[in-house]
Design a protein around this ligand. Structure first.
Ligand code: ADP
Ligand code: MG
Length: 708
């Protein structure tokens, strides 16, 4: 007897080598093995008579062994084990390459089942199977593992074939207790008509024929993961993730905060007065949401998302002013030095008539200057610190940090975010994203946060026009740029940087900058920024672009253009097909910041993939960041969209947030209800809530819960 948590190395047939292969695939226990979903299913319910085999058409045949032989191919000297079977309709020769040991496996008179694809034999006149999957039926039994049924096909784990894995899964299922512990509450099972956990595992690996359903229909449900068993397991995964997130959120909200924050008329007035423009109604609304959090009894833990250029900074700054007026320090952390610089100068400008003391802390602040700055932060002489990762260094101490704002938070890891939070005593938190996140992804990643959305752009924004050009249209593209430069506008040229070949790309970008300067736009000043420049070199160049000394800027990365230059009205993106949609949208957002309508030219090649064509097409049709993000998620998946490595995105066994968004919503709904019932009543034991809690915490569903 085995249990669900039995280590795989205890399974028969698993020695140190195989257990290492399993470990490399993240499979440690029987449960992990059972969660390894077949990547497809094959209908092997029909045995094909040998006389009816057709070239290249996969078949299952069943027959009696009539002969076995070993021989060696004449030229390449490969050992071949040869098997001959008969099924009454005819005889079939089967070849197994380099598997001489099969001579000890097959014997005359055995009944065998083979699965393979018929090919021409040596003579060219008959058909044969080469290295087919096989199974020897014991005692003539009809019940069979690898054929005569819908058969699961697994991806290889290390060197273990689908056949070996199938056997292990089959044996594990047979040796487990009849009913596994089911962590989903029974009322949820019955409400959604879900099978039990045991049934679900059985059915996703060895599906039984569904009464009244055609094989074709069943196969299509299996392929699209839409069987009740698949849905149950997907639901379970989402459910425990959402429960974990809700519990975290509830805990955060349960503890009352000690600080009292006033957001009276005077403070509102002060927070609004510093801007040279009227807030949009979305900005007003979001500020109210934040003000409620701040003045309320619970610590704020809020995500602010909005399209590029929707004015997130203004709202964040208003929140910071509220805190400063209440006597607290605040910190704004951004991912790059250039952005820190930019925010610093914008904020200093806005705050010039106030008594707020603003400081910039980046990696380039060193030595005495840094020491003195750290001292000011520690003593409370500074109210607002803007910085990069430098602000989470161990020797940075705040005096009374009350609010933490993280801009473009997806660029930071979970640990970095929590390090910043630990600089204060449970400070209020506001995190912002650079581009919109689709709802399904937001729920998965940020289900524990309250969410505010800026869904309106400041007035007078003229959406950029986006066009696609191939090499043929290059000179046309250049004349569009030229026209803008002649009007006194500025231009970006973006060149993608691919990590593996950074040097090569860099050469491409420098060559392009030179070519522009000497041949295309000789009358304008052209600059080149890239990640290899020293910070102050880069900063000088950016500054020259900002003040208009440079007219055209060639940039290798997205980071360098993450800046606000209202006079820039045209952007040409080389190899646009190499960028993801959200990145393109973010880039394009750089050229419709001022009063001039921006133009974005996407350069591509005729031969790029249909999928890339589709992406560029979406860019031309839509300027709505939320819509684009949804499409990006569909096309590239969540990992690419947000960068899985840093994101804290859970690794799902079954779930796919795009395909399964409906199940995600319903799992979230159930998790919300359950948490609400239990936090309201303070009762943590009915419905086995305690057990659920433990399950959610330990991530029983195999997903990692996003904790920061
Ligand atoms: P993002 O949401 O992309 O971070 P920003 O906060 O950088 O956007 O704002 C984009 C631009 O819009 C900035 O130049 C900012 O000064 C301007 N802006 C923000 N709010 C308003 C407003 N209510 N009216 C006019 N311009 C605004
Ligand atoms: Mg911003």
């Amino acid at each position: 007897m085995i249990q669900i948590d039995t280590p795989v190395q205890n399974l028969s047939g698993v020695g140190p080598k195989r257990s290492q292969m399993f470990a490399q695939a993240g499979i440690y226990t029987v449960e992990d093995l059972l969660k390894t979903l077949p990547f497809r299913y094959e209908d092997r319910t029909h045995f094909c008579p040998i006389s009816e085999l057709k070239l290249e058409q996969a078949v299952v045949v069943r027959g009696r062994v009539v002969a076995t032989a070993q021989h060696t191919t004449p030229r390449k000297r490969i050992r071949v084990f040869q098997l001959t079977i008969s099924d009454g309709s005819g005889e079939l020769q089967i070849g197994f390459f380099r598997q001489a040991y099969l001579g000890r496996v097959f014997r005359k008179e055995q009944i065998v089942v083979l699965y393979g694809i018929p090919r021409r034999d040596y003579s060219g006149s008959g058909l044969t199977l080469m290295n087919p999957e096989f199974e020897i039926l014991e005692g003539g039994s009809e019940a069979s593992l690898h054929s005569g049924r819908i058969v699961p096909i697994y991806r290889k784990v290390g060197k273990m074939s689908t056949r070996i894995l199938r056997q292990m899964v089959f044996r594990s299922l047979n040796q487990l207790p009849l009913q596994l512990e089911d962590l989903l509450p029974s009322f949820i099972l019955s409400k959604h008509k879900f099978p039990t956990r045991s049934e679900a595992f059985q059915e996703i690996h060895f599906p039984n024929a569904v009464p009244g359903m055609s094989m074709e229909t069943q196969l299509s449900y299996l392929a699209s993961r839409r069987t009740p068993s698949h849905e149950r397991l997907i639901f379970e995964e989402f459910f425990f993730l959402q429960l974990g997130l809700q519990i975290k959120r509830a805990q955060y909200r349960r503890e009352s905060k000690k600080r009292v924050i006033q957001v009276g008329p005077e403070i509102r007035e002060a927070a609004g007065a510093i801007f040279p423009f009227q807030p949009t109604s979305a900005q007003d609304r979001v500020f109210e949401e934040i003000a409620n959090d701040l003045s309320g009894p619970k610590t704020m833990n809020r995500l602010l998302q909005g399209d590029v250029g929707s004015g997130k900074t203004m709202v964040a700054l208003q929140a910071m002013i509220v805190m400063i007026k209440n006597g607290y320090q605040t910190v704004l952390m951004v991912p790059t030095e250039i952005l820190a610089e930019q925010h610093h100068s914008t904020l200093v400008h806005y705050l010039r008539h106030t008594s707020c003391r603003v400081a910039l802390l980046t990696g380039s602040v060193r030595g005495k200057e840094r020491q003195s700055l750290l001292h000011q932060i520690r003593s409370g002489e500074v109210d607002l610190v803007i910085g990069t990762h430098a602000v989470i260094q161990r020797d940075v101490h705040f005096n009374h940090l009350g609010l933490v704002v993280i801009d473009e938070q997806q660029r930071f890891g979970v640990i970095q975010r929590s390090k910043l939070v630990e600089k204060g005593s449970r400070p209020e938190r506001l995190v912002m994203t650079a581009t919109p996140i689709p709802r399904s992804l937001a729920l998965t990643l940020y289900g524990d946060l309250d969410v505010s959305v800026l869904d309106e752009l400041p007035p007078g924004r003229k959406p950029s026009r986006t066009i696609v050009k191939t090499e043929e249209g290059r000179s046309e593209a250049y004349s569009i740029v030229d026209r803008e430069l002649k009007k006194g506008r500025q231009a970006f040229v973006v060149y993608p940087l691919i990590e593996e070949s950074e040097q090569l790309d860099l050469r491409g970008a420098s060559a392009m900058a030179e070519h522009f300067q000497s041949e295309v736009f000789p009358n304008y000043n052209i600059g080149l920024v890239h990640g290899r420049l020293k910070f102050d070199q880069r900063e000088r160049l950016m500054h020259r672009f900002q003040v208009g000394e440079l007219h055209l800027l060639v940039a290798t990365t997205v980071i360098e253009v993450g800046v606000d230059i209202p006079n820039a009205s045209v952007m040409l993106i080389e190899h646009a097909d190499r960028f993801g949609l959200s990145q393109l949208h973010q880039l394009r957002g750089r050229v419709s910041r001022g009063e001039f309508p921006g133009t974005c030219i996407l350069m591509t090649v005729e031969s790029c993939s249909p999928e890339a064509h589709q992406r560029l097409d979406i860019m031309c049709k839509s300027t709505d960041g939320f819509e684009i993000a949804e499409k990006d998620l569909e096309i590239r998946g969540p990992g690419e969209l947000i960068g899985t490595r840093q994101s804290g995105l859970p690794g799902f066994w079954f779930a796919d947030i795009v395909r399964d968004h409906k199940l995600l919503e319903s799992a979230r709904e159930e998790a919300l209800n359950l948490t609400r019932i239990h936090t309201d009543s303070g009762d943590t034991d009915s419905h086995g809530f305690g057990r659920l809690l433990a399950a959610a915490r330990s991530g029983v569903s195999g997903t990692r819960i996003n904790t920061d």
